[in-house]
Design a binder for this molecule. Structure first.
Ligand SMILES: [Fe+2]
Length: 366
């Protein structure tokens, strides 16, 4: 087995100024969320950057489409950057990671075996503004093509640096803080019970869970310290899942785009039922989590999970739900074939997945 953290992590208030230390680069290609421009963090970052030339792309669409990324890659081939910087949420970082591949290796096609990707040289810096995806330390980039999400997974796109400046996540709207916080929680939970979990990933996953348990609700109220702790917990969870991978909840979330909910909210919707399904195989590990988090029993942990995820059940459009239910067999089969399902502690047939999808939706209050 192995465990690695290839990304150099710089963290703390004002850690954005670490950019000053990057020397020897000629041309930068910068991807930025429009909110980072609005809040002044993009300009601040650029003021630290010592390069001869730079090109900045502001306003990356959420849930990036394949075609958008190939357009950006064409731009990259014109600009010829030796450093790519992403400042923003998970989508911005995922775009930068995908562009790195398409820019240096235009022959890349979705679904290509990771071994076929050559060594890539462009330095990649991720500066997350949300606290959930873990993309700043992970080997994956999720792109949408024809309405389906595809994950590009390669060690070549693991960011070289992740800068976790505590000021950035404080600007997140409450809904984003909640959805991304749940995503981080599910990352750590799935990594902890994964078939690839090790004592190294377990230690990190547990610490991430503890920070999330103590800071989730405070962070929703805008507590500055809690926002900072959630930011670090999200990267910790990213390190855990980048090594131990994820499980059934993410396999199901990746195939449920038809519900038109954010990734975090899909995880919130499915996770309590995935946890219930996994109980047969993962009870011992869930019990360890409960104990570490200071709960008296596994039931208290389940209550906490319900508490933080119950918002997901609110107001899902009825027609969207009906359309999903009409396609549930096809979607369940796709989820059963998602590579992440293979790391889940309990193997799920497509019929069992269908049942979990149906339970998650039918227990809605609307
Ligand atoms: Fe996720």
């Amino acid at each position: 087995m192995q465990f690695s953290v290839p990304t150099k992590i710089i963290f703390g208030e004002h850690s954005l100024s670490y950019i000053k230390n990057l020397r020897g680069y000629k041309t930068a290609l910068i991807f930025s969320a429009s909110s980072m421009k609005r809040h002044g963090f993009l300009d601040e970052m650029i003021s630290y950057l010592k390069v001869k030339k730079m090109e900045t792309i502001i306003g990356i669409p959420p849930e990036p489409e394949y075609d958008v990324v190939t357009d950006y890659a064409n731009k990259a081939r014109e600009v010829k950057p030796d450093i790519i910087i992403a400042i923003g949420g998970g989508s911005v970082i995922d775009v930068a990671k995908a562009v790195k591949i398409f820019y240096e290796f235009p022959e890349y096609e979705l679904g290509m075996q990771p071994e076929k990707i050559p060594h890539l040289h462009t330095t990649l810096i991720a500066i997350p503004s949300t606290s959930g995806t873990g993309s700043e330390v992970s080997a994956a980039s999720v792109l949408k093509k024809n309405g389906i999400k595809h994950a590009i997974v390669s060690n070549e796109i693991i960011p070289n640096y992740a800068i976790l400046d505590a000021r950035l996540p404080r600007k997140m709207p409450k809904e984003v803080a909640r959805d991304t916080g749940i995503d981080a929680f599910v990352h750590a939970m799935e990594a902890y019970v994964s078939k690839l979990a090790s004592l190294f990933s377990d230690g990190i996953a547990l610490r991430a869970l503890k920070e999330i348990k103590e800071n989730f609700f405070l962070s929703l109220k805008g507590d500055e310290k809690a926002r900072e702790k959630m930011h670090y917990a999200s990267t910790l969870a990213g390190i855990a899942f980048m090594n131990a991978r994820l499980g059934l909840c993410h396999a199901m979330a990746h195939k449920a785009a038809m519900l038109k909910l954010s990734h975090g909210r899909l995880n919130a919707l499915f996770f309590p039922y995935v946890m219930e399904f996994n109980m047969k195989e993962a009870r011992k590990k869930y019990k360890e989590v409960a104990k570490y988090l200071g709960f008296k029993s596994i039931e208290e942990l389940i209550e906490f999970v319900k508490d933080i995820t119950q918002y997901a059940k609110e107001k899902i459009d009825l027609s969207v739900k009906e359309q999903f239910m009409e396609n549930i067999e096809k979607i369940s089969k796709m989820a059963s074939h998602d590579p992440l399902a293979s790391f889940n502690p309990r193997k799920a047939s497509w019929e069992e997945i269908k049942e979990i999808y149906a339970k998650s939706l039918h227990s809605n209050n609307n």
